[in-house]
Ligand binder design. Structure first.
Ligand code: DGY
Length: 326
């Protein structure tokens, strides 16, 4: 029996590539280059499935093809804002993602960024490596205490809740959250109570929090959710943490706020035009910048890959596919 043909857009952990090779007729991306729009189109025309990642832009233009052999796009990642869902639907493509398995690692990284920016870890490491550290002194690189402060979580899904849990149990923080679901919603209320978090409207949360951490997906409704007006609502001593998506923050307004010192700093893992990061951000000592590492552990990346494999296997066996989105 012929096996379904699957094109995999990027290199994946060995265990995942082996699992794919056992079950499918797979074309791997040997040199791990980012695939061009033309290569993505060709893959959709020639294979039964595309296993893509969060950096493969499946725009309406890329999905504007006359003959599409592929029937499923198994996305390696929980966010799927890089896929034009309407165009995918028109081609009859099933789209899946990989939720849950990256929750803990992404939450850990949000906490790491909060600590790193508040405690000036980036500055300290750069100073030491440059040979500019002249020794311990009482006024050297004094930062801001995290323990006991107020954390405002924007978006209270799986990752937002995991951050709340860590902040409360590990750092004794008071946790506020703003969620798109109405606060009266029983499920949100029960989850919030369990996490020891209190609901606030977004603008009130921004005004009250010492740290604001973003955990909403990128959708038209969250595009520039944190804009110049909302940045002005934050306290001068507050820090913004973004491990969600670059589009959620107006990056130009953020740079203005940081340059003017109307907020104290930012810890960023995601950007508008990845992998390009504005020079103006790089020039600021009050930001910690990471290259989209939220789920980057061997454990998460392997589990994400196995989840994508599971989605493909279930689809081609004609069974209910567990993580269909859209
Ligand atoms: C996702 O899964 O959406 C993440 O951004 C990848 O780390």
């Amino acid at each position: 029996m012929t096996r379904p043909a699957v094109v995999v857009t990027r290199r994946l952990p060995d265990t995942v590539e082996s699992a794919l090779a056992e079950r499918f007729d797979v074309r791997f991306n040997g040199d791990d280059h980012p695939m061009s729009p033309g290569e993505l189109r060709a893959a959709l025309r020639e294979a039964d499935a595309l296993l893509c990642t969060v950096t493969d832009s499946l725009t309406a233009d890329v999905l504007d093809i006359e003959s599409c052999r592929a029937r499923i796009v198994a996305n390696f990642g929980v966010g799927y804002n890089h896929i034009d869902m309407e165009a995918a639907r028109c081609l009859g493509l099933v789209v899946t993602n990989t939720p849950d398995v990256l929750t803990d690692d992404t939450a850990d990284l949000a906490i790491a960024l909060m600590l790193a920016v508040a405690r000036r870890m980036g500055e300290g490491e750069r100073q030491l490596r440059a040979g500019d550290w002249t020794g311990w002194r009482p006024t050297h690189l004094m930062g801001t205490r995290v323990t006991g402060k107020t954390l405002g979580i924007v978006g209270f899904g799986r990752i937002g809740q995991a951050v709340a849990h860590r902040a409360r149990s590990g750092f004794g923080m008071s946790v506020l959250f703003a969620s798109r679901s109405p606060a009266a919603d029983e499920v949100v209320a029960a989850t919030a109570a369990a996490a020891g978090a209190e609901h606030r409207p977004l603008d009130a949360l921004l005004a009250e929090a010492d740290f604001v951490s973003l955990h909403v997906p990128a959708t038209p409704a969250t595009y520039h959710l944190i804009d110049a007006r909302r940045l002005r609502m934050m306290q001068r001593h507050a820090f913004l943490i973004n491990t969600a998506r670059g589009d959620v923050v107006d990056e130009v307004a953020l740079i203005d706020a940081l340059q003017a010192g109307t907020i104290a700093g930012a810890g960023l893992d995601v950007y508008h035009q990845e992998p390009s990061v504005p020079e103006a951000l790089m020039a600021l000592s009050t930001v910690v910048l990471l290259p989209h590492l939220g789920s980057a552990t061997m454990e998460s990346r392997t589990a994400m890959g196995m989840r994508a494999v599971e989605n493909l296997v279930m689809f081609f066996e004609g069974r209910e596919v567990p993580h269909v989105v859209g």
